[in-house]
Design a binder for this molecule. Structure first.
Ligand SMILES: Cc1ncc(COP(=O)(O)O)c(C=O)c1O
Length: 443
């Protein structure tokens, strides 16, 4: 159970209220046990069944408990709940049955002891860090991170007296050097957004633990389908559930997964008293998203591998970064940690910003959006959107060129995606386009 104090109501304690009339309060039934995750089952089965808590109505699909609060049979029961002696729900900022189902399903997928849902991915990143840190502590992180995570590390944490050391995430020697001094935790992303840099999970976890610190991994790009950081030693994993976990671009959400002790004693009070809680409606949508997660991620990843090869051969493309390709500088490491190259490709379009913008404007199927992990293929220009806050030098250092775009591959027919990219890319190389279209290659 991800959240024991908030689990399905137990029998009343003898101290609680006098006998009340039976209510239609959802209670766990015998068949719920069959819905709990099981180590016997493979991930795909857990994705569909883990975490189910059926009400007395025996619904097939998980119930959506759109309620902010809960009623008590008597004041004694309310008192017992607040004291933690009666294990029922109190208020949906602290816990909600639909959110609990999402948490349990995701924990089963990740192989984590516990999970907490949050309102957004950044709420998860922020809460995971704040639950590890106090004034005077030091965080070590790679420079290559999602733009808002960099803002949190560069601008917000230092205001609270937290020191941040940024390292070259690809180089284990940089981590070794940074972890010689005392640190409270490491925060990393692999593959990184948008440069698809790979951090050696096992190597960094070993160095971090030897330094007495904890590792938090943002696993958004790989998803639990392609990479399970805890198997390499990570202590805490965070997600933007907004991305592949939903996978259909509908809701915002996030999650923190880790040891039960950390979730119960650090994350639970933090969320409870600061309020970045997941909405039960969003949790319900995300539960449905998890049911198809593996099918979607595998299909998009297969299409991404084909598109990466196609782009690498395209005359308007000057560089392709895809961890599944042998020419990715860390291909071997990526394949040790991930079961495939993933659903994201970054590539450089000839002609810099103008070339990239000209191509993006012409796309017919792939849509321009800073979001990712959707059934619709989405493309973004990181230098002017997600990473525009970084200085030009820092962007150059991270390989975020003016011609770089990040493509999140969806579920469309891969041949249609090739056609769309091809016709748009010729905008960056018009003369070649005319020649090739004349020769029958263009469409
Ligand atoms: C790697 C990564 N982490 C965290 C986030 C933040 O997620 P959210 O937008 O749900 O707050 C994003 C969003 O794009 C991301 O790409």
């Amino acid at each position: 159970m991800a959240r024991p104090p908030q689990s399905a109501p137990k029998k009343k304690s003898p101290k609680s209220a006098p006998k009340a009339a039976p209510r239609a309060t959802p209670r766990a039934t015998k068949s719920d046990q069959a819905g709990a995750s099981s180590p016997r089952w493979r991930p795909r089965t857990n994705m569909v069944h883990a975490g189910v808590q059926r009400s007395q109505f025996g619904e097939t699909s998980e119930a959506m408990f759109l309620t902010s609060g809960y009623v008590y049979d008597a004041p004694e029961q309310a008192e017992a709940r607040f004291k933690g002696e009666d294990h029922g729900f109190i208020y949906s900022r602290f816990g909600n049955p639909t959110v609990a189902m999402f948490e349990q399903r995701l924990a089963a997928l990740e192989g984590a002891e516990a999970a907490w849902g949050t309102a957004t991915g950044m709420a998860a990143v922020h809460a995971a860090l704040f639950c590890q840190l106090k004034s005077g502590d030091r965080v070590v992180a790679p420079r290559a991170l999602f733009g808002s995570t960099r803002y949190l590390l560069d601008e917000i944490l230092p205001r609270f007296g937290v020191k941040v050391t940024l390292v070259e995430g690809r180089d284990l020697n940089h981590w070794r050097k940074a972890l010689k001094q005392r640190a409270a935790c490491v925060f990393l992303e692999t593959p990184s957004n948008p440069g698809l840099e790979i951090v050696d999970l096992a190597g960094v976890c070993e160095l971090t633990h030897a330094a007495g610190a904890q590792v938090i991994v943002d696993n958004v790009f790989a998803t639990p389908v392609l990479q399970r950081p805890m198997e390499f030693g990570a202590d805490v994993v965070v997600y933007s559930a907004t991305k592949h976990l939903d996978g259909q671009g509908r809701v915002l959400g996030g999650a923190i997964l880790g040891p039960k002790e950390f979730c119960d004693n650090k994350v639970m009070p933090f969320i409870r008293h600061t309020g970045p809680s997941m909405s039960p409606f969003n949790a319900w949508v995300l539960l449905k998203g998890l049911e198809t997660l593996e099918l979607r991620v595998q299909a998009s990843s297969q299409a991404a591998a084909a598109l990466a090869d196609f782009l690498a051969d395209h005359p308007a493309v000057t560089r392709v970064l895809y961890p599944g390709r042998a020419d990715h500088p860390q291909h071997a490491l990526a394949m040790q940690q991930m079961s495939s190259g993933g659903t994201l490709i970054s590539f450089d379009i000839a002609g810099g910003k103008k070339g990239a913008f000209d191509a993006l404007r012409r796309l017919k199927i792939v849509r321009i959006s800073n979001n990712l992990g959707d059934s619709k293929s989405l493309i973004t220009h990181p230098a002017t959107t997600t990473h525009q806050r970084l200085s030009a030098d820092e962007r150059a250092h991270l390989g975020i060129t003016d011609g770089m775009v990040r493509l999140s591959v969806g579920l469309e027919d891969v041949d249609d995606l090739k056609w769309d990219l091809d016709q748009a890319l010729w905008a960056a190389k018009p003369r070649r386009a005319a020649a090739l279209q004349g020769s029958g290659r263009g469409r």
